[in-house]
Ligand binder design. Structure first.
Ligand SMILES: C[S@@+](CC[C@H](N)C(=O)[O-])C[C@H]1O[C@@H](n2cnc3c(N)ncnc32)[C@H](O)[C@@H]1O
Length: 378
């Protein structure tokens, strides 16, 4: 294992700890916490330190990240299980370790700074590297295979859907032209092709011109959205009553999958006009975040990775069925997600799902330098 490259600051750490605490602090028993995207174990270490009776199950598909996490969590070795797995194997991993239920789950999606900063892994458009982009370098298709074998239509779709790239067709054409001349193998050459495909006025807005193309290829190479669509329901189903899940997304498509998975389970599936809940039709979750929470300005300033984060969280509730006193639906309505206190500072940080964004700065926890904002639902 080499030296750790770059520095990794866990995003919305204090807010994640605050949300997970009630689920992990149980007087009567040891609790189980799954970090489905262990990375460099920044969040995991803080959870283990805050909850001395919590057992961690940490998953990552990247063996290099796991090795760093193992070294970092050395002093907690007697209560951690670190597993090399894609998180869509969530249920199998739990099964293999003999756990039926878990009390807390965190998904901190996307790539780690270890991956982004690695000069040899091809995630970064700012440095030249072989076009790999696999989070798990032991298996799967590389970005080089994608750019050299996909048809024009397939490439354009990947760039448009996963990168929200307006010039997807032009970039796909440039890639096809280049590979007819010579195989495309370098991230610097790809970044150059992308820059040259985007009209000059558009290049001056929206960050580095290759950012969206690299994000799109990374999502495609790692099948990130399909894995999340499987993993999130499995994680929510595994929560014990009172258990909590927190998801940090960095892309509107990830956030949409998360929103749908949580909202779908926070609704009654029974007939709307019945005064009482039918057995098995009550909501399974109570939403803990009102819309998606964003990082506050102070955190974004200190940690640019926090700029695009959207946090959603939910708690598993008991299905209480038919006793006729108070239905789960009515109780869920009474226990609304808490409002984030504080001053409304700005608004209009638009998102792709069409919801209006309201930025509310949270009171800061001492020393953490972070704030939280809430993005209201449209
Ligand atoms: C943003 S980092 C997590 C950082 C971590 N919370 C910390 O504080 O250090 C995301 C991690 O999730 C891993 N990852 C991404 N998709 C995954 C998947 N489908 N299955 C397992 N691990 C995944 C990546 O390899 C990366 O190490």
């Amino acid at each position: 294992m080499g030296e750790l490259r770059g520095t990794h600051v866990p995003v919305l750490l204090e807010r994640c700890l605050e949300l997970l605490a009630p689920a992990l602090d149980r007087d009567d028993r040891t609790t189980v916490y799954v970090d489905a995207t262990l990375g460099l174990a920044g969040h995991a270490e803080a959870v283990l330190a805050a909850h001395p009776r919590t057992v961690l199950i940490g998953l990552d598909r990247d063996t290099e990240a796991l090795a760093h996490a193992r070294a970092r969590l050395d002093r907690y070795a007697d209560r951690i299980h670190l597993v090399h797995a894609v998180y869509d194997e969530f249920a199998e991993v739990l099964d293999g370790l003999g756990y039926a239920r878990v009390d807390g789950v965190l998904f901190d999606l996307g790539v780690s700074s270890l991956q982004l900063d690695a000069p040899d892994r091809g995630f970064a458009y700012a440095q030249d590297a072989p076009l790999d982009m696999r989070m798990d370098q032991s298996t799967g298709t590389t970005a080089e295979e994608v750019v050299n074998t996909y048809t024009h239509g397939e490439l354009a779709r990947v760039l448009r859907v996963y990168g929200e790239e307006r010039f997807a067709g032009r970039i796909a054409s440039a890639i096809i032209r280049e590979r007819e001349r010579t195989r495309l193998t370098s991230s610097a050459r790809l970044a150059e092709l992308v820059r040259d495909s985007i009209p000059a006025p558009a290049r001056r807005t929206g960050g580095h011109p290759a950012k969206r193309t690299f994000q799109a290829l990374r999502i495609e190479v790692n099948r990130e959205l399909a894995a999340l669509e499987t993993a999130l329901p499995a994680a929510l189903d595994a929560l014990s009553p009172g258990g909590r899940a927190v998801v940090l997304s960095y892309h509107s498509l990830e956030d949409r999958i998360t929103k749908q998975a949580l909202a779908g389970r926070a609704r009654s599936t029974g007939p709307v006009d019945l005064p009482v809940e039918l057995p098995g039709t009550g909501p399974m979750l109570r939403l803990l975040s009102r819309g998606a929470e964003l990082a506050g300005e102070s955190e974004v300033e200190a940690n640019p990775r926090a700029a695009s984060v959207r946090l959603r969280a939910a708690e598993r509730i008991e299905q209480d069925g038919t006793n006729g006193t108070e239905t789960t639906t009515r109780r869920a309505a009474r226990e609304r997600p808490r409002r984030v206190a504080g001053e409304v500072r700005t608004s209009g940080a638009g998102v792709a799902d069409g919801s209006g964004a309201v930025r509310r700065e949270m009171p800061r926890s001492p020393g953490d330098g972070s704030g939280t904002t809430v993005q209201g639902e449209g």
